[in-house]
Design a protein around this ligand. Sequence first.
Ligand code: ZN
Length: 481
Amino acid sequence: MKEQEKTKKTAPADGKQLKKDLQVDFPNLWDRITDDDRERVMAFSEDYKTFIDMGKTERSFVAVAVETLENMGYVPLTGQDHFEPGSKVYHTIRNKGLVAAVVGTDDAALGFNLIGAHIDSPRLDLKPLPIYEESELVFFKTHYYGGIKKYQWPAIPLAVHGIIFRADGSPLTVRIGENPQEPVLTITDLLPHLGAEQMSRKATDLIKGEDLNVLAASLPFADPELAGRFKLGLLQLLLERYNLKEKDFVSAEIELVPAGQARDVGLDASMIGAYGQDDRVCAFTALTALTSLETPARTSVCLLFDKEEIGSEGNTGAQSRAYEYAIQELFVRISEPGRSQLDFARMLSRCQMLSADVSAAFDPTYASVYDSKNASYLGHGLCLVKYVGARGKSGTSDANGEFFSKIIRMYDAAQVPWQTGELGKVDAGGGGTVAVYLASLGMEVIDCGVPVLSMHSPFEVTSKADVYYTYVAYKTFFEKA
Ligand SMILES: [Zn+2]
């Protein structure tokens, strides 16, 4: 204190200006956007809603994306031996993952700019032998996929998506319950009048895994004497309508997801509510950023992964080398001949990647699990996340300060809004993303994405401003990083 008293008094600084200069501030985007921007935001969200309504599962997202890419002149990556700058290519990973790219003018050896998102979402999958009859009703047994609160799934309309192979191997693509004229399925819940014991359970057991049985039919086969005639009634329908038998379900991949379309949320229609915005909001914005590029300097790649919600394993998840090989297939087609495996490894270490996955937006109703000083907020733009993980940052790649600082400087120079935030309070929980798997190839990776409310619920909420400015941020990354 004594030392300070000795210092010479200076004129008081302008506090307001000093605060502006020194403190970090992530403004609400709605405060600063112009009328023109607002129109762009609203128009973009219409495109977004339409796209995710068509691609509600990993398979359907890939199908819609491929159709879109082909219409825009993208060609199969493995269809040619060489591609010039400006070429647009795509490569599917077993119909559940996708790699799309625009070849840049820079030497491929300098590395690519990649944005990777995942296109699988929590849902209910049919068991291998799902069909059973109980008390004159027919049900499907399910096994949930990814992190869900099981109690959120009964008593809502469910649509059926997926693929099933008949005895002769011919595939049947299933999509039932999205069109208002089509029936939906549902899981029944207990009436409150008889729910005293149920309601006294912990929420994790409120609806148990084996209670997620889907009401599927109630018309009997026309023989009152026959045991199991209700199940037979459904099997008969499946045979007549689709040429399916019970055995075909053993190998089928049938997913139940909340039925219905993405909707505007709020009386001001400023937000979007939809199933599976984690992570199709980042997948759509990344893919749209790619397809809106002119010929970039660095080769730009959009990676869409399956299986993120269950650990990125399997040959369609981000841990699969299938994605690395797809990048290599691209590298050999756009670089000088004779490049070695070491050249490819060097190229990978020069790649820059955004691991595009949603962040948990601060929810004032559940404020106690967030650190409000380090949370992302709805309407404040793309959330750049240095690390995710749990129990002391376990399971995160932790973006390098050098790379993170470069990204911030790039966005500030381009006047692209961004914010930062952690998933929640230390020790409140945690989560992971695909970042670790790409980082293991040696490239620079940072997590970033759109803030979401009600994440992993049947109806997730995003801000239209965040969705649009995330697209802008992803495009900027492709062009300027
Ligand atoms: Zn996610």
